[in-house]
Design a protein around this ligand. Structure first.
Ligand code: NAP
Length: 307
């Protein structure tokens, strides 16, 4: 694929930024990739592993002269970074982000985007529980959706160019407005993470009673929760503080459904439970049919090949 931007600046060099760097390099999508992260430690690692062409000592230095600047920091840090780089953004450049919440990021970053610079928020729906500059890999976005959330006045040509970059990195691209994005993500990602955090927390409390049984006999369901609950605490703190309303709305519905299931168990209402689980099984089938997961059994065991 042809080069799409001459100079791309990645502010923050964690899982998402490092995956973007690898994916852009894989297909030669950027002439030059420049990166910046807050700590000297992360910057040193990025230099050591050759993540970018150039690692700078400030966010402004990275953003200066860039055609595309992507904010890859936790949602709560977006405003600070935008304030710093706003004055150096070059006319005609695009500033984007990869934050997991869109409304508050738009409100926080928007005021610092100068006239003549395109602000086009985005969110790749791809991740792992790992973080930091070593955790990225080029395939992270392959066949995963990236939601582009154009704001008022986003120039269509600039939106198309950013969409081309994400497609070049392997992603499927869709557009949505910020409110819809935040509600959809509250259902598909944010509330499930909160439930995983809670379940692992409860099991941890229980461990004090049952010693190490929770770990020793950890079955697939619990293990899946522990993987999700190992995600970066700063990122997820910021997600909940910034997608407060949608998450609380979905949690309210979740609680009602949980009570209904609790009542069905108490009243031994097998029909209710069976109907409910039949419905949820169909949702899983739909995800597999949409190519967003496979149905290969995976119990966390190493693959043993029988000759
Ligand atoms: P990460 O691996 O924890 O990396 C975060 C990066 O941001 C680090 O390089 C960190 O620098 C830097 N940073 C933090 N605060 C900063 C500040 N004030 N100024 C400059 N740099 C700062 O995080 P990530 O998983 O890549 O997430 C980045 C963004 O992508 C978040 O907004 C998140 O919501 C979004 N996102 C995450 C996922 C996911 O599954 N992980 C998926 C989609 C979108 P130091 O290392 O020096 O602290």
């Amino acid at each position: 694929m042809a080069q799409i931007y001459d100079r791309v600046a990645l502010i923050g060099m964690g899982l998402i930024a490092s995956s973007m760097a690898h994916a852009m390099r894989r297909d030669g999508l950027a002439g030059q990739i420049v990166g910046y992260a807050r700590s000297a430690e992360t910057r040193d690692i990025a230099r050591e592993i050759g993540l970018c062409d150039h690692v700078t000592e400030s966010a402004a230095e990275a953003a200066e002269g860039a055609d595309l600047v992507v904010l890859c920091v936790p949602v709560g840090a977006m405003e600070t970074v935008a304030r710093e780089i706003g004055p150096v953004l070059k006319p005609g450049a695009t500033i984007s982000d990869v934050g997991s919440v869109k409304r508050t990021v738009i409100d926080a970053v928007g005021p610092y985007v100068p006239e003549g610079v395109h602000f086009i928020p985005a969110h790749p729906l791809a991740g792992t529980e790992h973080s930091g500059p070593r955790s990225g890999f080029a395939e992270l976005f392959d066949q995963r959706y990236t939601i582009i959330v154009p704001v008022e006045g986003s120039a269509p040509a600039a939106v198309d160019r950013l969409a081309d970059l994400w497609r070049g990195m392997g992603a499927l691209v869709e557009e949505m407005d910020a409110e819809h994005h935040d509600l959809v993500l509250a259902v598909t990602s944010h509330t499930p993470h909160l439930i995983a955090y809670t379940m692992v927390g409860v099991a941890d409390d229980l461990r004090r009673v049952t010693d190490s049984e929770v770990i020793k006999y950890s079955a697939a369901g619990f293990r899946d929760f522990t993987r999700i609950a190992a995600s970066d605490p700063v990122m997820w703190r910021d997600v909940f503080l910034n997608n407060k309303e949608a998450t609380l709305e979905i949690l309210g519905r979740f609680t009602e459904e949980l009570f209904a299931l609790q009542r069905a168990i108490r009243q031994e209402d097998g029909d209710h439970l069976h109907a409910y689980f039949t419905r949820t099984r169909a949702i899983r089938r739909g995800i597999i049919e949409a190519g967003q997961d496979t149905d290969a059994p995976d119990f966390g065991r190493k693959k043993v090949r029988k000759e």
